[in-house]
Structure formats: structure tokens, C-alpha cells
Design a protein around this ligand. Sequence first.
Ligand SMILES: Nc1ncnc2c1ncn2[C@@H]1O[C@H](COP(=O)(O)OP(=O)(O)OP(=O)(O)O)[C@@H](O)[C@H]1O
Length: 300
Amino acid sequence: MNNSIEIKGLNKFYGKKQALFDVNLSIQQGMFGLLGRNGAGKTTLMKTLATLLQKKNGEITVCGVPIENAKEIRRIIGYLPQEFSMYPSMKVGEAMEYLAILSGLSGAEREERVDTLLKKVNLTEHWDKKVKALSGGMKRRLGIAQALLNNPKVLIVDEPTAGLDPEERVRFRNLLSEIAEDKIVILSTHIVGDIEATCEDIAIINEGRVIYNGTVDQLLQEAEGRVFTMTASKRELPELKRQLSITSMHTQGNKVHIRFIAEALMQGAKVCEPNIEDAYMLYLHTSGVREILGEMGGEW
Ligand SMILES: Nc1ncnc2c1ncn2[C@@H]1O[C@H](COP(=O)(O)OP(=O)(O)OP(=O)(O)O)[C@@H](O)[C@H]1O
């Protein structure tokens, strides 16, 4: 049994609406980031992998097992959905034990597994607390613990850091990195910072299409020499906004400092070191251009 996820020619429809277009990805052990705006198709892809949605066509294997073998796939995959909630009135430990029973774990094994997992996600001291009394970050960590009950080879987490405060977010990311030492962890997010801090390999998905698949370093390299800074007067800003793809700006008195992506250096601008947010914006921007050029039959 190999340790990778192979996706070939995947298409997915909701009725007539196509949500995924010819997705091809090979995902290896470690942390894999799936980055895309709201509505890009991330959840659809995650749910398809978790066998909660059926694909229209294409091939998927998870650690060598075809996705059609849903029973086996569910043994291999742990899944933390975007909207995760569980037994709010139960105590943390009771809820975990109950889920462990449902997962078929028995007696001593169950007790040991629940203890180990609560320790791993740093919730042991909250065993007696009701689930509804946990903070957002604690709830997410409990979600991870339940997803790991069967000791899956793959952990899929959909938008886990939305709504967490910065400290909880960092703690959660570190937990995922630890888990990724011996598993495939797929982290889906629209928050560029989550990817930057944790993932080496990523895919960017936009309107159902994978528009980038590679390492974070490659992505940054591709943006090299195409990110610029410039200081202008506030009065010029509306025109600059029309002309440029601005990735960030801040105002200082009458001046505005902007950071933008462009194909070539323009007067008054200085080239700067790209960050992953710039590179992501550049990719979204150029994929739009690609589509438009494609429609016109032009060469890219
Ligand atoms: N049950 C559904 N019926 C019809 N269309 C759907 C359904 N679920 C999702 N879609 C559409 O499919 C596309 C992809 O949605 P999906 O939820 O996978 O995106 P996402 O990247 O996960 O975004 P978000 O972070 O907002 O969940 C969107 O255009 C969405 O409106």
C-alpha cells in the first residue's frame, strides 16, 4: 500500500453546475495546503476525498485504495469538516469515549486511545468540561482528536483556523505539523498565512480548477521580479487602483504606500521581495489572463 493520494481527471457537478474541472493532483506524506477563495471548490474536493460526495468521473486512489471502496477509505481517512460540532452537552472525555465506541474501539484500547489523543491535542485537563464551554480553538483541537480516533493515514481539515485568535491559530498549526510527521495532512484554507507557516507543497484552486501545484518556494520564485512598491499621493490612488493589481497598501498622511504586481518595472516603483500573498495574487491574476487569452485563442 503506497502512501500517497492520486487524483486524475476529477470532475464534479452539483446538478448542472460544475464545481471541479479536470483536477489532477498527487499528494504525498506531510502537510499539503489547498488554497483558494470562498467558493473555489476546496470543500467539494475535501468531501469527495472523504467519500461524502460522489465524483462525476476521474480516478482517485488513497494509499492505493480506489475511492469507490468507501468503507476502506473511511478507515484510512480522518476528516474534520468546516462546520464541526459534536455533542455540546457532553463532557469532553465522554464525547470522545462515545465516538470511540462508535468507531469500534473496545475496552482498554479505547481508554488508552482517548487518553493519548486528548493529551496530543492538549485537552487532558479539560476532560470534565462540557463541549459547549470550550473556546473555538479547543473545539477545533477536539475535532482533530475525534478525526484521529481510528489512527488514519490521512487527515483532512477544512478551513480549521477561521475565527481563531492568533495564539490559537499558531497552536493549531503546530499541532497539524506534528501530526503530518507520519501522515498525509491536507489543510484547506483561504488564509494565506496558514499555508506559508506550515506547508511545503500546495495547490491553488480557483473556480474549480487547480491553477498551481508545487512548492511554496517555487511559487515565490515565480513571483520574483514581478512585485513592486511605490509611494504616491492619495489623490492618485483611484487611478492606480484601476491600473494596477494592488496586493496591499497603507496610508500615511497625504501619502499612500502601495505594493502591487506587474509584468515590468514602472516609473517611480521599486522591485521588492515577494511574499506568498503576492505570489498567490499573481497566480489568481495571471490565471484570469490565461483564461481570457485562451478564449481569444491567443498564446500564453
Ligand atoms: N450543495 C451544493 N449545491 C450546489 N452548488 C454547490 C453546493 N455546494 C457547493 N456548491 C457550489 O460549488 C462551488 C464550490 O463550492 P465549495 O464549497 O467547494 O467551495 P470552497 O472553496 O470550499 O468555499 P468555502 O470556503 O466558501 O466553503 C461554489 O460555487 C458553490 O456555490
